[in-house]
Ligand binder design. Sequence first.
Ligand code: ZN
Length: 134
Amino acid sequence: MKRIEHLGIAVQSIEQSLPIFEALLNTVCYKQEAVASEGVKTAFFQVGESKIELLEASNPASPIAKFLEKNGPGFHHVAFEVENIDDEIVRLSKAGFQLIHHTPKDGADNKRIAFLHPKSTNGLLVELCQEKIS
Ligand code: ZN
């Protein structure tokens, strides 16, 4: 793992949360992006070498909608940047971790991503991400 790339925060409404996080972090949101395959809308803030990602459900079947129902808004996942996501998936499966995605998929912010199941990580939802080379 190279660094913490971002922390994901589940929110009911990005529109309502933007001014709160802009005031908190003293910076403006630099990107908003919908990820249709995950049923989420995202908004990103740069914080030093890491980011904060706000996540809003874009439909009722979205994993974020289910999370909000169960837990309310707040911390959702930590994303680690990795050198080679394919190698990390193999390494972590061999080490006994349960992967939600066995092959990387397209995520927000120009990344290939894969999630680990929180069952195998002491309840922590972990995202692996690697910048797409374009
Ligand atoms: Zn994320």
